[in-house]
Design a protein around this ligand. Structure first.
Ligand SMILES: [Zn+2]
Length: 130
C-alpha cells in the first residue's frame, strides 16, 4: 500500500514536471517563431494556447507557414516521446537498468532516459572508446 502511494505521488510529480517543461518549450517556440518573425499581432492567440500548454500552439505556428524543422524540432520530438512514456508508465525509468531515475536528475534533464549511474558508465565507456 505504501509503495503504491509513493508511485502515485511520483507519477503526479513527473506529470507536473513534463507539463511545466512543455509550457516552457512552447513558450520558447512561440518566442522564436512568432514573436520575432511576425510581431505582436499573434500574441494573444498564442498566449491563449499557452495557458493550457496545448499543442495547438504548434499547429498554429505551422499553419502560419513557419517550419519547425529548425526550431526546436529535436526538443519537440523528445517531449512527445517523454509524454508517450508517461502515458504508458515508463517515463522516469532507466532504459538500461530499469531503476527509477532520480527526481533531481529529471528536473535538470527532463528527457533523461538513463539513471545517473548508467549515464556515467556509458560516458566512461565512450571516453575509453569501448
Ligand atoms: Zn540505469
Amino acid at each position: 500500500m505504501k509503495k503504491k502511494e509513493k508511485d502515485l505521488a511520483r507519477e503526479l510529480m513527473l506529470k507536473r514536471l513534463l507539463d511545466d517543461k512543455k509550457k516552457e518549450l512552447l513558450r520558447r517556440l512561440y518566442q522564436d517563431a512568432v514573436f520575432e518573425k511576425l510581431g505582436r499581432n499573434y500574441k494573444t492567440e498564442f498566449e491563449r494556447g499557452m495557458d493550457t500548454a496545448d499543442w495547438s500552439v504548434v499547429d498554429g505556428i505551422q499553419s502560419l507557414g513557419l517550419k519547425l524543422v529548425d526550431i526546436r524540432q529535436d526538443e519537440l520530438i523528445k517531449m512527445n516521446e517523454a509524454q508517450r512514456k508517461l502515458e504508458e508508465g515508463s517515463y522516469g525509468i532507466c532504459e538500461e537498468c530499469g531503476e527509477e531515475i532520480g527526481e533531481q536528475r529529471l528536473r535538470a534533464m527532463v528527457y533523461a532516459i538513463h539513471c545517473l549511474q548508467c549515464a556515467t558508465e556509458n560516458e566512461q565507456r565512450r571516453k575509453q572508446g569501448i
